[in-house]
Design a protein around this ligand. Sequence first.
Ligand code: CA
Length: 228
Amino acid sequence: MITILVVEDEPEIARLLRSYLEREGYAVVLARDGEAALRALEETSPDLVVLDLMLPRLDGWQVIRAIRETSRVPVIMLTARDGLEDKVAGLELGADDYVTKPFSPREVVARVRAVLRRNRWGGREEARFGDLSINYLSREVWREDEPITLTPTEWKLLEVLSAHPGQVFTRAQLIERIYGHSYEGLERTIDAHVKNLRQKIEPDPKEPRYVLTVHGVGYKFARQPDDG
Ligand code: CA
């Protein structure tokens, strides 16, 4: 399930955005200020952030700057109509797009959809990591040019992890991404799927090169020297 973090201190706008985005099938997490936004970012690993620039505590620019220190998650800014300089500053700090207030929620939903499409799988349809090649559209995986057959769960796991190299996912987050809802008590089943995936893609499953364990937290896909 795709998760959108909406950072907006005006409850009425936040509520409206939430209801429109949920109607589109997205999971929505709300944060009311910049500090809460950064906490939510860490806890939920959203697929996209809708960020109001005028916020209490940390303002939107500080939030974008902090996000970009650790993450390439797409960010759509909500800006004032006459805030041309705001838009330029936000885009230069690494925001992906902006919507001008007052906006129609439909416009925000359309923009979310477009930015997600552009950024899916880190903005690429194929990726090569060392001797591993992944085609996200055809769902084909090769190691040293040998095709690898994955189960749907193993594919999903590889898709989620490899689309965000270096980003740590907890077991609960992986279950949410794979099954679309949290599966309480079954977090350890992820370990079994990781083990099977490693058997198939790792040159040496005992010394994983791609799917790395982050002790006490979860898993991440290793950044590769040729990860473009
Ligand atoms: Ca505001």
